[in-house]
Design a protein around this ligand. Structure first.
Ligand SMILES: C[S@@+](CC[C@H](N)C(=O)[O-])C[C@H]1O[C@@H](n2cnc3c(N)ncnc32)[C@H](O)[C@@H]1O
Length: 345
């Protein structure tokens, strides 16, 4: 059953964390962040703990506000949020040339919204790799409900050291997930290892654009708040991602920041003045209602102590993402298609 009601939200906050420590978990998570004195190296060194805490805390909110796919998308006029998200998933499947019978890996798969959509669209088997136990439990329930247990499965593991033999997959994709890697080269190198020679990897990465100025205080603040709000240790530039791919051994087929040509901005659903029935829970009134409900549920002890604090982290995420998008210094739509060469010459 879809978990989109307010009581589902209250029950899901904290994920695998037992209810009482939600408050201390969110406080510990915050301590990794710039605003609370943390630095990028500490976040990288404690990446698995920080990212897992983040997703335990926020997954119920994501599903409540966003649905089963936890990513943005370029958007055409007249498209609903859901339509744009689905089209973005079909786009990556078509770029990879997915065909019936191929064995595909989804790196950092969330609760499996993209994986189920792409498996049905391209008739492929997909394994979702995820380090978060709570998301895997939830994703497995949703696979069962969708009747996809024979074509879709989840494996618990860290994408920095994947639990697969060399040359295992016919295609690999990652949607807004490898941005959590403490080191892009290490992560891409693992993807390279488990991909069969001659086959492709495609991804949507969260990146700083060329407009980002590391000496501009306002840019630095936006970057730090996106990291705080979204569980990231250090957002990389497009150039850093591209260099890391080449260093890992990939041939770049093509790459582009798809946000640049998008008729509507990817951050539109988060613009609080924007009214949309399809993303009502993300609008000003929707967010205000959620905030009041979460506070009430926490007060009535139906939601764990600390739930309101988690919601506040997500409000910081929404505001900083909009600021980053408006300034043109950040994009979650940096796309690349790369190939593992047949043999090294
Ligand atoms: C923004 S979500 C995107 C989820 C999914 N790709 C989607 O679009 O719905 C990022 C995902 O990356 C996963 N992740 C983060 N760090 C990871 C790691 N080290 N190993 C495996 N998965 C990881 C998180 O647990 C989460 O599921």
């Amino acid at each position: 059953m879809a978990k989109t009601g307010i009581l589902d939200l209250a029950a899901g906050i904290g994920g695998q964390i037992k209810k009482e420590p939600v408050e201390s978990a969110v406080e510990k998570y915050e301590k990794y962040q710039v605003r609370y004195g943390g630095d990028a190296q500490t976040r990288k060194d404690n990446c698995v703990d920080a990212v897992n805490k983040y997703y335990d805390l926020v997954t119920a909110f994501y599903e409540f506000g966003w649905g089963q796919s936890f990513h943005f998308a370029p958007r055409w006029k007249g498209e609903s949020l859901k339509e744009s998200i689905t089209r973005h998933e079909h786009f990556i499947a078509l770029q990879l040339g997915l065909k019936k019978g191929m064995k595909v890996l989804d790196v950092g798969c969330g609760i499996g919204g993209p994986l189920r959509e792409i498996s049905r669209f391209s008739l492929v088997s997909i394994t979702g790799l995820n380090n978060n136990e709570y998301q895997i439990t939830r994703g497995t329930e949703l696979n069962c409900l969708a009747g996809l247990v024979h074509s879709c499965n989840f494996i618990k593991g860290d994408f920095m050291k994947m639990p697969f033999p060399d040359n295992s997959f016919d295609a690999i994709y990652a949607i807004e997930a490898t941005c959590h890697a403490p080191d892009a080269h290490g992560c891409y190198k693992e993807i390279y290892r488990v991909l069969k020679p001659g086959q492709c990897f495609a991804a949507y990465e969260w990146c700083l654009t060329d407009n980002y100025n590391p000496n501009n205080e306002s840019h630095k603040k936006i970057k730090a708040e996106i990291e705080l709000g979204s569980g990231l240790s250090d957002i990389r530039s497009i150039r850093q991602c591209l260099d890391a791919l080449k260093q890992a051994g990939f041939e770049v087929i093509w790459e582009k920041d798809l946000a640049v040509d998008s008729p509507l901005p990817w951050y539109l659903p988060l613009v609080t003045q924007h009214f949309s029935l399809s993303s009502f829970r993300l609008t000003t009134i929707g967010l205000l209602l959620t905030r009041i409900m979460v506070k009430t549920l926490e007060y009535a002890r139906l939601a764990p102590a600390g739930s309101f604090k988690v919601h506040s982290v997500l409000e910081i995420a929404a505001k900083s993402l909009v600021d980053g998008g408006r300034e043109g210094i950040f994009s979650p739509n940096y796309f690349f298609l790369v190939r593992k060469p047949l043999s090294k010459s």
